[in-house]
Design a protein around this ligand. Structure first.
Ligand code: HH2
Length: 304
């Protein structure tokens, strides 16, 4: 009896809008994180000054990030909303650097607010990463559509201030898939093309440890929606719960979680620790490539 393919086949295509084009599927894309916040759970306070923020932007790029996600409002459990003016003030040095053309990879803006998204897109960002999946701000969909931006739609149960109180699902993978399916329909109805959209189950956003693990193993179900899947496990609390490691000691376990995600079919991983993730993913990408090699698409001769 033939054994089922391992790893399960991963879809390939191009995530694109008028602003950017990122081929996905053949290589796992790495999204580097830059938080210009005083209170992010892992890197809060480190990149608040303009010099540190700009240096980090270029460091992430030189470590091999395929794209960079910039945020100025923490969404850690228990966090409260930041006013638009404050979010824009924190972003200013980074947006100036982007506007000056000194960043060589696409940049996404991690925000729930349309005014912040619009300012960031006008400064040259390419993608909106909306953890509310267009639910927080009624203007967000039209900004993404009018500005021809890329879009990350993420699942969250509740909102950051309350989401970890008692997350509960009858069947977490099915419910998250259904939610993302509905959000894609909504985005498309507002004029965002399917090719511009990426889906994210939102690890840690209204999820227990078991929910997060179920979603990692459920990636093939999410990928079956037909759009690329992004996974963000980096240094998150569930990895601390599984290992007992403090937030600053979770780089290796984060790499492990992202390798598992890529093996299961995730196309993009959102990480703080770019270089080790990029290096480790080469092994996973080689496993995915074996199908293509076997069918003669490429040739990788190696004596070892
Ligand atoms: N996680 C965080 C923030 N934004 N966006 C997407 N699409 N997926 C995620 O998993 C995700 C996200 C939380 O991590 P971080 O940005 O490091 O922390 P904070 O929200 O405290 O700034």
């Amino acid at each position: 009896m033939p054994s089922p393919p391992f790893p399960p086949p991963r879809s390939a295509g191009v995530w694109a809008s008028d602003r950017f084009a990122l081929p996905y599927g053949e290589r796992t894309l790495v999204m580097g994180i830059l938080n210009c916040t005083p209170d992010s759970f892992s890197d809060g306070g480190r990149y608040l000054s303009p010099e540190h923020a700009r240096a980090r932007l270029h460091e992430l790029e030189s470590e091999g990030a395929d794209l960079i996600d910039v945020g100025a409002e923490s969404s850690r459990p228990g966090s409260v909303e930041v006013p638009v003016e404050e979010e824009l003030r924190r972003l200013e040095p980074v947006l100036d650097a982007i506007a000056s053309g000194s960043v060589g990879v696409p940049v996404s803006i991690d925000t729930r607010k349309s005014a912040v998204a619009r300012a960031a897109l006008r400064a040259g960002c390419a993608i909106v990463n909306d953890i509310s999946a267009l639910r927080h701000d009624p203007e967000m969909a039209s900004v993404v559509s009018e500005e021809r931006a890329g879009l990350v739609l993420m699942h969250m149960q509740g909102d950051p201030s309350t989401m970890q109180r008692e997350p509960s699902y009858a069947e977490v993978v099915a419910e998250v898939a259904e939610f993302l399916d509905e959000r894609v329909a909504r985005a498309r109805a507002e004029g965002v093309p399917a090719a511009a959209i990426v889906l994210d189950p939102g690890l840690g956003f209204g999820k227990t440890v078991e929910h997060n693990l179920a979603l990692l193993t459920g990636i093939p179900r999410l990928a079956a929606i037909g759009l690329p899947v992004l996974i963000g496990a980096s240094r998150k609390r569930f990895l601390g719960a599984l290992t007992g490691l403090a937030v600053d000691d979770r780089a290796e376990v984060s790499v492990a979680a992202h390798l598992a995600a890529a093996l299961a079919g995730a196309h993009i991983v959102r990480v703080h620790d770019v270089r080790p993730t990029v290096e480790a993913l080469r092994v996973i990408d080689a496993l995915h490539a074996r199908d293509r090699l076997a069918s003669g698409d490429a040739c990788l001769a190696d004596g070892l």
